[in-house]
Write a protein that binds this ligand. Structure first.
Ligand code: PEP
Length: 262
């Protein structure tokens, strides 16, 4: 994968946690200490936007960097109450941004909005992590058409050179969060990674498609992370709950550092 060769990309999505800046700093410092020692892992921590600025001051080096959980589609300053632009996020140290997380889609973000956010973040020089994932699996392959549509609408209009800053996170909704039915299996993920790569080839061309890392997210923990990396055909993980405690997340980082991807 261009610029990220052989490094597994391990992203921690803290969602709306923790409740205080002191705790955010403590957790980040502990993750950074571990991540700084791992050559084969690119660690990206996505805290709530309110903590980005203070955590940004603690970033040293490139092994453990910051991402935002959301952005706005307009990059000019203006009358957009409550919104934060990609320029602003990048200005306080976020190098990555998650776009189209299912929890944001659930509160009204559609594929078009996701596409607009993606373009503005890419223009601001950020790396984007585009989340795609189906609500449920059916026997007619409808879920595959759903994923293809999410990818096509989001990526169709981006200038091809921006593909080098695109990461796809496959996050089946049924496998995410504390109410998850179950994590996906490495076989589920492998099959989907092949499908996503095929759709990417159709949308951005084979050469660019091959540069785009694919991550898996959904109930990843220290017990299953290695199997996803070894057999899922993916280049990294997007971790929610298991990224909130440094001790747990650090185990995933350590294991990922030791694991060869397929
Ligand atoms: C997520 O919401 O991005 C996620 C992967 O959550 P969890 O790991 O908690 O299922």
């Amino acid at each position: 994968m261009a610029g990220k060769k052989d490094k597994k990309i391990i992203v921690g999505n803290w969602k709306m946690n923790p409740n205080s800046q002191v705790e955010a700093l403590r957790t980040f410092e502990s993750i950074k200490k571990k991540a700084g020692k791992l050559r084969n892992v690119q660690t990206v921590i996505c805290p709530p936007a309110i903590y980005l600025s203070s955590l940004g001051k603690k970033v040293t080096g490139h092994r453990c960097v910051l991402g935002a959980q959301n952005t706005f589609w307009e990059n000019k300053t203006g009358s957009f109450t409550g919104e934060t632009s990609a320029d602003m996020l990048s200005g306080v140290g976020a190098e990555y941004v998650i776009v189209g997380h299912s929890e944001r889609r659930a509160i009204g973000e559609d594929n078009k909005v996701v596409g607009k956010k993606l373009i503005s973040a890419l223009k601001a020089g950020m790396n984007i992590i585009l989340c795609v994932g189906e609500q449920e699996r059916d026997n007619d392959g409808e879920y595959l058409r759903f994923i293809a549509k999410e990818l096509v609408i989001a990526l169709n209009d981006i200038p091809r050179r921006y593909c080098l800053n695109v990461i796809i996170a496959y996050e089946p909704i049924w496998a995410i969060g504390k109410d998850a039915e179950r994590p996906a299996t490495p076989e589920d993920v492998h099959e989907m990674s092949i499908f996503i790569r095929k759709v990417l080839s159709e949308v951005v061309g084979k050469d660019f498609a091959m540069t785009i890392p694919i991550l898996y997210g959904g109930s990843v923990n220290p017990k299953n992370s290695q199997a996803f990396l070894e057999s899922g055909g993916i280049q990294g993980l997007l971790v929610g709950r298991a990224s909130l405690k440094a001790e747990t997340f650090n185990k995933i980082l350590e294991q990922s550092n030791e694991t060869s991807v397929s």
